[in-house]
Design a binder for this molecule. Structure first.
Ligand code: ZN
Length: 467
């Protein structure tokens, strides 16, 4: 912990934008790296290491409007004090030694959380053909991390693609980025939704696409014993939760379909047992209802996509307390422009039928009382439009519901509800400031120029429009 964090571009405090009225040096803003490191590598339910916090100069966020993520109406900011990485006071008198960040005209929200990302997916098909160098993949990942943070997302849950190295590098402070919870390798049956590439590539070569410490794809398992071994292998490599593919996928080997069910209840239950033994949980990629029902019977805690969830399945999710993380952005972007994600045109055709059912599924789950989170599922080297997921959800439901899903509800789903997701005393000081009012004009959620303040763990990592 003794090594000071490097001064990365996003650490710059730019008085020119008027947000910080103190002449303190950059070093006063450095975050204790161990807080981030701890959060990113332990099982999701574990609390952060408060005792590892390095004393920080207190910061007073002055003025603006607060939308605190609890769902209550926005209110004028009475002043928010942050110290040692936490929100320590809301309202009252500003301490004399606190630095002041001028937030007049801003809407302050909790740091956004994207519960379904793929920070590593530089370009699926080309990288699987070795057309993309490891250096370029790594560069894309680091740029992706920086842009995600600059967009106001202070935490992400990576649902497949990165090996733990990326999370560790960001947590160490060497590169700017969001707090990353990751599952490491996802788990798929042979020829299932986690296997990509050409159908003529021998399956025994599949593992060669992994790059230890940087990129990891699916571990293939057939039968409970093999899956148990591979889930344990994922934990050995630092997974903080488990992800299984229990139906076919869109972006996967062409001989499987999203209408397929994959893994048996017995297989899924083994993964749930192993996750429970590690104090964490299983989430599942799933499109069709049969696959989702099997997963619920086996005891999973969360469903990704759920693009065909009907009323009966929504009721089942609600009954068992299983959350849904819908992913609308990928539907829209992939249908409109698959090339922007580095994918062939055929993927758009496969996905187009889900665009409407995915919206209906969100509404069915809301009506049934399911906890509905939010995930972008963006792929490819350019993932700057992560905030667009809130825009889609704001149009479908309401801007406030979109914000709640991206903050408080996502924090609960990823197991960090006690520490993240709302602006309340005692929470980790992750805060985003929008120049304007995204609750009145939700398009602002996707306008990164409007994200003029990002605080992560009590450290101002952005003050002003992005570079
Ligand atoms: Zn995904």
């Amino acid at each position: 912990m003794g090594r000071p964090a490097p001064v990365a571009p996003t650490n710059r405090v730019r008085p020119a934008y008027g947000l910080v009225r103190s002449g303190r040096t950059r070093q006063t803003w450095q975050l204790p790296g161990l807080i981030l490191r701890f959060l990113s590598v332990v099982p999701a339910a574990a609390p952060p290491a408060e005792s590892d916090a390095v004393s920080q100069i207190p910061v007073w966020l002055d003025g603006g409007t607060v939308a605190d993520g609890t769902g209550r109406d926005p209110f004028p900011n009475p002043g928010i004090l942050t110290q040692d990485g936490r929100i320590t006071q809301i309202g009252g008198t500003r301490p004399a030694d606190a630095q002041v960040a001028d937030c007049q005209g801003l809407t302050l929200t909790p740091g956004l959380i994207d519960a379904h990302v793929h920070m590593a997916c530089s370009a699926f098909d080309p990288s699987l053909r070795y057309d993309v160098s490891v250096a370029e993949m790594a560069a894309d990942m680091f740029v992706n991390c920086r842009q995600t943070l600059e967009g106001g997302f202070t935490t992400v849950r990576d649902t497949g693609g990165i090996d733990r190295g990326l999370a560790d590098v960001v947590a160490s402070g060497k590169m700017p980025g969001p707090r990353i919870l990751q599952c490491g390798p996802v788990h798929s049956q042979t020829g299932g939704g986690g296997q990509m590439g050409a159908e003529w590539e021998p399956t025994e070569l599949w593992d060669r696409h992994a790059i230890p410490g940087l990129v990891t794809w699916a571990l293939l398992s057939d039968g409970p014993d093999e899956l148990r071994k591979n889930v344990r292998e994922g934990f050995r490599r630092g997974a903080t939760f488990v992800k299984l593919l229990v139906t076919g996928a869109v972006v996967a080997i062409s001989t499987q379909q999203p209408s397929d069910t994959q893994f048996t209840v017995d297989e899924i239950a083994v993964a749930v047992e192993e996750a429970s033994a590690k104090g964490t949980y299983v989430t599942v990629h799933a499109h069709n209802n049969a696959g989702i029902r099997a997963a619920v019977r086996a005891g999973v805690r969360c469903v990704e996509h759920g693009s065909q969830v009907d009323e009966q399945t929504a009721a089942l999710l609600s009954e068992h307390g299983v959350a849904l993380v819908p992913t609308l952005s990928i539907m829209e972007q992939l249908v409109a422009d698959p090339a922007s994600m580095g994918l062939a045109p055929g993927y758009a055709t496969r996905l187009s039928r889900f665009a409407q059912t995915a919206r209906d599924a969100v509404l069915a789950c809301r009506a049934a009382g399911v906890r509905v989170g939010l995930g972008s599922d963006l792929l490819g080297p350019d993932q700057r439009d992560r905030g667009r997921e809130l825009v889609h959800r704001a149009r479908l439901e309401s801007p406030m519901q979109a914000l709640e899903s991206a903050t408080r509800i996502n924090a609960e789903i990823i197991g960090l509800g006690d520490d993240l997701g709302t602006i309340e005393t005692g929470k980790i000081a992750d805060i985003a400031g929008f120049a304007g009012d995204p609750l009145s004009d939700p398009g602002q959620f996707a306008d990164r120029d409007r994200v003029v303040l990002v605080m992560q763990g009590g450290r101002l990592v952005k003050s002003g429009p992005q570079d």
